[in-house]
Design a protein around this ligand. Sequence first.
Ligand code: G3P
Length: 217
Amino acid sequence: MKFFIDTANLDQIKEAQELGVLDGVTTNPSLMAKEGITGVDNIMKHYKKICEIVDGDVSAEVISTDFDGMIKEGEALADLNEQIVVKVPMIKDGVKAMKYFTDHGIRTNCTLVFSAGQALLAAKAGASYVSPFLGRLDDISSDGLNLVDEIRLIYDNYGYETEILAASIRHPMHIIECAKIGADVVTSPLQSILALLNHPLTSIGLEKFLADHKKGN
Ligand code: G3P
């Protein structure tokens, strides 16, 4: 399973990259705004900086909601760096735009996916990635992991190559459950990735190993 980090924060992206387990980055307009990155020029520069830090794919989202606007923005984003994957919302013009991008060799990440039907449409349009938002479904008392399971089944039934990119991750158990289901990618905040490190027996065991080593020397 690939690990992406879901942030536009350069320090956190660097920290995850230095850990040696990072396969890519996802961003969205809210995450860019959180870092104070505003205006087209600054946003484009920021994507370039992210691409310099990581080796893998970097999802960059279009703001337009009409076909022509999405194509214009997506082409400009894709021109920035070959690592860029154009993030397109799951709306009618978005499906058309994803098909256009697919036909023109531009990779896409279909975002804001909350149902199996939407995921099926994304695959039909040739999306490189589909992003089911687990946490936001859990937030409304629905079952985000069940959606990942459904998408896995449907994609496997027909051999769709669209990768399942589990998003809106809230905690490390989401990551582990996604790995069990067979999501291709999980994009999560740095804290959920780092939380995978922790186990009290590891801490206690290491403390004892070091204490015993000290006694023997
Ligand atoms: O990047 C999209 C997604 O991961 C958003 O997550 O936490 O805002 O629901 P969240």
